[in-house]
Design a protein around this ligand. Structure first.
Ligand code: ZN
Ligand code: ZN
Length: 139
């Protein structure tokens, strides 16, 4: 015996009831509570999705934020490449490799200085000396 079109037995006010509406082709209404149940279910699901995504998004923003903070320290970078007019020489390293050909990436292990890219070997030598001056004393 088919239940299509029959409203008796529907568990109104729940997602199970809402699915029974669909199955039986009986329109769900505000009065029976099944539309409300559907809204609550959707809200719960999207809240769960938000909660799942939020930590990642926060981490990404934090990472971007620290990158921005690094870029907003022109004084430090200017001091390092004071003797070199090449744009970007001595700036903190970004990405896996130096951006331009023949540039040199310097990172002295144990130095408080971050890895930096230099436009030439002579600038890089300067960078090494600078990094060696700023060894952290933890190790
Ligand atoms: Zn209902
Ligand atoms: Zn240079």
């Amino acid at each position: 015996m088919s239940v299509i079109g029959k409203e008796e037995g529907i568990e109104h006010g729940s997602m199970r009831g809402y699915r029974q509406h669909i199955y039986r082709k009986v329109p769900a209404t505000e009065e029976c509570g099944c539309l409300q149940a559907l809204r609550e279910e959707n809200a719960r699901k999207s809240a769960a999705r938000q909660a799942g995504r939020a930590p990642k998004r926060a981490a990404r923003q934090q990472w971007n934020g620290s990158r921005l903070r690094g870029a907003s320290r022109p004084e430090a970078d200017t001091a390092i490449r004071a003797d070199c007019p090449t744009a970007g020489c001595g700036q903190e390293a970004v990405g896996r490799f130096p951006k331009q050909r023949a540039w040199v990436r310097i990172h002295v292990t144990g130095s408080a200085e971050p890895a930096r890219d230099y436009c030439s070997g002579s600038c890089a030598t300067y960078g090494i000396a600078l990094a060696e001056l700023r060894m952290d004393n933890v190790a």
